[in-house]
Design a protein around this ligand. Structure first.
Ligand SMILES: Nc1nc2c(ncn2[C@@H]2O[C@H](COP(=O)(O)OP(=O)(O)O)[C@@H](O)[C@H]2O)c(=O)[nH]1
Ligand SMILES: [Mg+2]
Length: 360
């Protein structure tokens, strides 16, 4: 899974990136007009516990790749525009985080001169819609030409979908709110569309604004949060300082500042919710591992996430839920209690299931 961090200049994108990835980029590296990316382990206390019990040679967390995407430029009309670099980076992202600056900092001016949350969210949405419209319009022209030549049924279907998209965009709606079917999404994935991607709006506060977060969050929830959109708050600067500390020190620090959830935790929770994801585990002496899959996947599909061969050669899955396993204390006991059982391919995997695949 890959998540792009986008936003206006000086909103705190690179600060957030460094917080999430616990990296420290040299200011000279940051100043370069390049995007940065890094893979982050998804923290999971359950996996930690399983690792303590099984003492495997290897522990493998689920992983998310974050990309600090740069590439906004001022257009001739004064509007913001996306560079080709931006579009090509964002293309592969499964979801986006839009960093919105709430903090005041005289040393680094907001590009618009003042802080205005709704303006910044709106202006991004407008740019997304304009960018998508121009892509869709071009594609419609192409597809129409192709249909005249080839009378291709697939293309005719695509045209209907494209016209639906255009209609939506003309009404100033984001495509992520349209609720497209899976197969339509598959087609749309081929284009460099922006407004179709699930969006986590991340409000970046200063430590002096800790008591104000609810007010801002409420306003976004009321006006902006709909299908495929969520909002969270974080404290870019102090959380970056915090990411240098040990886990215990960081906990004390968070308590002191009354921060309930770290940026990493809320972003992972938010993106899992947005993308409809959850995790199951595999355990053993060689490796304990967390796997991320779409909610609603059955045992066969989940096995396919481990290895594509497991999908085609799937026979059954041995399943026990993490909570049941912990209660029983061992596989043997869980089996005795009927909590450890064999499931067929239709079984819908639950968050926290421990699974062993039986395959031919
Ligand atoms: N006071 C304050 N400054 C911040 C905060 N977050 C980021 N900054 C500063 O704002 C500037 C821009 O941040 P940066 O992450 O580079 O923004 P980017 O251009 O979006 O990547 C840097 O000087 C940061 O130290 C914050 O929460 N409070
Ligand atoms: Mg930056």
């Amino acid at each position: 899974m890959q998540i792009g961090i986008v936003g206006l200049p000086f909103s705190g994108k690179s600060t957030l990136f460094q917080t999430l990835t616990k990296t420290h980029l040299d200011p000279s590296v940051l100043a370069k007009a390049e995007s940065h990316q890094a893979v982050v382990k998804v923290p999971d206390k359950r996996l930690d516990k399983l690792t303590e019990i099984f003492k495997p040679q290897k522990k493998t967390n689920a992983a998310i790749e974050f990309v600090d995407v740069i590439g906004l430029k001022k257009g001739e009309t004064g509007s913001t525009q996306f560079t080709n670099n931006f579009l090509s980076k964002v293309k592969t992202n499964d979801a986006l985080i839009q960093v919105i600056r709430i903090f005041e900092n005289d040393a680094v001016q907001h590009p618009e001169g003042n802080i205005d949350m709704m303006r910044d969210i709106d202006s991004f949405e407008t740019e997304f819609i304009i960018s998508d419209m121009s892509i869709i319009e071009k594609r419609i022209q192409n597809v129409k030409k192709q249909i005249l030549k080839l009378q291709d049924e697939q293309m005719k279907k695509e045209l209907i979908l494209l016209e639906k998209c255009l209609y939506f965009l003309q009404k100033e709606h984001l495509l992520r709110e349209a609720g497209f079917l899976k197969e339509d999404m598959q087609i749309l994935k081929g284009y460099q569309l922006l407004s179709v991607k699930p969006m986590l709006i991340a409000l970046n506060f200063d430590e002096t604004q800790i008591n104000e977060t609810e007010k801002y969050l409420d306003q976004v929830v009321k006006n902006k949060v709909g299908k495929n959109t969520k909002v969270i708050s974080f404290f870019g600067k102090i959380e970056m300082e915090m990411s240098e500390l040990s886990e215990d020190e960081a906990k004390d620090f968070m308590k002191e500042y009354r921060i309930k959830e770290s940026a990493l935790e809320s972003i992972i929770r938010g993106s899992y919710e947005l993308l409809g994801l959850h995790s199951f585990f595999t355990v053993g002496e060689d490796e304990c591992r967390a796997w991320t899959i779409k909610k609603g996947m059955n045992a066969q599909e989940a096995s396919g996430a481990i290895h594509s061969d497991f999908f085609s050669k799937f026979i059954r899955a041995e399943v026990v839920h993490y909570d049941d396993f912990m209660k029983s204390g061992s596989f043997a006991k869980a089996k005795e209690l009927g909590l450890w059982r064999l499931e067929g391919k239709e079984y819908i995997v639950k968050d926290g299931d421990i699974i062993a695949v039986r395959h031919s």
